[in-house]
Design a protein around this ligand. Structure first.
Ligand code: HEM
Ligand SMILES: [Cu+2]
Length: 560
């Protein structure tokens, strides 16, 4: 018996979410490949430079917003169902949030792709941050709003299952998979408040022409209220996999239940108040508030370092069960031939590298050196583009058999896939970081390497070498993506049917829930604290903006 035999209804929901996620991944990834060739001047025949921004918007929205959200929904349906041992409470309700998100996605995608139709008035080349004064067709914002409302309903679905389970199990501790899900979604509720106010209060009325002018600083601030926490909305499900599944894949057990819970609580508390660290270069926000955001951001290093420790300790335990010895020699005993393990492990290594460049982004003064350069895409292709995306791909190799009741096909190709993603990303991201240090901007269709107007002087290597690394890296990534889709589609369609297509048992943690203080499960307490921290972080700067005249059209806010 595996998941699909025990919970056929939930399996269907998870699979439906995964289908949408993988379509978004396929289209978005293909756009990424075109971008990598176009902006390096290696091949510019796919689109013209005006259309580049349409592709870039499609790439950012489809990958960072749609692929992630649908994959996370599929993963959480699996985890909540399994850990509470119950199917969703009401299937009509469950399918309604799924379809709401699908319709919203189609609307947003349609407006973006409209930009590729000559003379079309439907377009949305506003990039995935959609800052005014860039304006999209109203259906773009309405579609995205539907996706967010759908995700709120999905979270409510999981809280609903949880409360029913609680009625039947009044004294039990929240099972760890559900704990991680619920805390991630509490954080999602907090941070999407900013996005909802921005989209519903400002952007939709403005795109419909009901409001003539809006001051860019306010939507930018509301966007980043959401925009930093959203990175944890992507990352926490990857942590979920690293905490709950990776130890098992390494042949061991999770090191500590309470450490896991503490990490998720810290993320709930600190993810939202730090949004200003994306606005270090924005005028109109006093430097003191930016400093506060920097300090809280640095505190967020703590739960990531705790994760590093716990995950490596769990892997070491696994390797030692398999006969590993010594301080480092155990590493060779890890299952380096299991694609699900390899993908998660390589994703973790990339995340450590992304953490280092992230610290530079987070430093208020050093940030100015790399602000809006291609260093930034270099950074987030390590974090969301690999730590998250590669973990999701890898765990699919383990989840898909459970959801379909079929064995994985083409194991060798599946094994090459994470290694090739790692290689492609090493090339592309490394060169992006270095080109960014030399001053090459992000979000531009032009090669910008050796024009007469500007001469970018690298500290190390040459511009042409970096440009080729980006193009070759992007091509290897596309090949890796095709391998992934090939393995998934063929296993899904034609994998051998089996009662137990994969070992899906998850062992108990080494230090279990009996050592975990009960207060960690107090959701009301942590949620209230999170709200208080947000109010503290945002009320003073917003008040300052109002004082500066943000609501009088045309008035330029200045810090007082
Ligand atoms: C096939 C693999 C990929 C390739 C070749 C690729 C390539 C690129 C390139 C070249 C850019 C920079 C464009 C510019 O600033 O002018 C970019 C931007 C971006 N990529 Fe990727 N990428 C890939 C995968 C991913 C994944 C998996 C994610 C997220 C899950 C992602 C998220 C983003 C985002 C959010 C942007 C910024 C868009 C913007 O500035 O509005 N990419 N990508
Ligand atoms: Cu951030």
């Amino acid at each position: 018996m595996t998941f699909i035999h025990k919970y056929p209804k939930a399996a269907k929901v998870s699979k439906a979410n995964f289908i949408v996620a993988f379509i978004a991944l396929a289209i978005g990834g293909f756009f990424g490949f075109i971008q990598a060739l176009h902006r390096t001047d290696v091949f510019r025949g796919f689109v013209n430079s005006g259309e580049y921004y349409t592709l870039l918007t499609g790439h950012g929205v489809l990958l960072a917003l749609i692929f992630t959200t649908f994959f996370i929904a599929g993963l959480f349906v699996w985890g909540v169902t399994r850990s509470l041992d119950r199917e969703p409470e009401n299937m009509a309700y469950t399918w309604s949030w799924f379809w709401l998100m699908v319709i919203g996605t189609v609307m947003a995608a349609f407006t973006i792709l409209g930009g590729l139709v000559p003379d079309s008035s439907i377009r949305a080349a506003v990039l995935y941050t959609f800052y005014p004064p860039l304006q999209a067709h109203p259906a773009f914002y309405i579609g995205l709003a539907m996706v967010v409302v759908g995700s709120w309903m999905a979270a409510a679905d999981w809280f609903w299952s949880y409360s029913k389970w609680r009625d039947d199990n009044p004294t039990e501790r929240i099972p760890i998979l559900s704990f991680m899900t619920l805390f991630t979604m509490l954080m999602w509720y907090v941070c999407t408040i900013g996005l909802a106010i921005e989209v519903v209060g400002l952007l939709i009325p403005w795109s419909l022409g009901w409001v003539v002018e809006i001051e860019p600083l306010l939507p930018r601030t509301l966007f980043w209220f959401f925009g930093h926490a959203v990175v944890y909305f992507w990352l926490l499900p990857a942590y979920y996999v690293w905490y709950a599944i990776l130890p098992k894949l390494s042949g061991g057990r999770l090191f500590s239940d309470s450490m896991t819970r503490i990490v998720f609580i810290i993320f709930l508390l600190l993810s939202t108040p730090v949004g200003y660290h994306h606005q270090y270069a924005d005028a109109g926000i006093s430097v003191g508030f930016k400093f506060y955001a920097m300090a809280t951001t640095m505190m967020l290093l703590l739960p990531s370092l705790m994760t590093l420790f716990t995950v490596i300790a769990s892997m070491e335990h696994g390797a030692k069960q398999r006969g590993g010895k010594g301080y480092f020699a155990w590493i060779s005993k890890l299952p380096w031939n299991n694609p699900a393990f390899v993908g998660c492990a390589l994703a973790g290594i990339m995340f450590a590298a992304g953490g280092f460049s992230g610290m530079i982004n987070a430093g208020m003064n050093i940030n100015l050196l790399i602000h809006n350069t291609i260093w930034i895409p270099g950074h987030f292709h390590l974090t969301v583009g690999t730590a998250v995306a590669l973990t999701f791909m890898a765990v699919t190799y383990w989840l898909l058999p459970q959801l379909t009741g079929r064995k994985l096909k083409f194991k060798t190709l599946a094994l090459i896939q994470p290694y090739s993603w790692f290689l492609g990303m090493t090339l592309m991201s490394n060169a992006m970081h270095r080109a960014g240090l030399a001053g090459v901007p992000r979000r531009t269709a032009e090669p910008e390497f050796n024009t007469n107007a500007m001469n970018f002087e690298p500290i190390f290597g040459t511009m042409s070498e970096m440009k080729w690394q980006i193009a070759i890296g992007g091509t290897i990534l596309l090949i890796s993506l095709i391998l992934f889709l090939w393995v998934v589609i063929s296993s899904w369609m034609a994998g051998q049917k089996s009662e137990k297509p994969v070992d899906d048992h998850i062992p108990e943690p080494l230090s279990g829930v009996e050592h975990t203080p009960a207060i960690l499960d107090n959701m009301k307490l942590w949620f209230a604290l999170a709200l208080i921290l947000v109010v503290l972080a945002y009320s003073f700067p917003l008040w300052e903006m109002i004082q500066d005249g943000i609501f009088s059209p045309g008035a330029l806010p200045r810090p007082s």
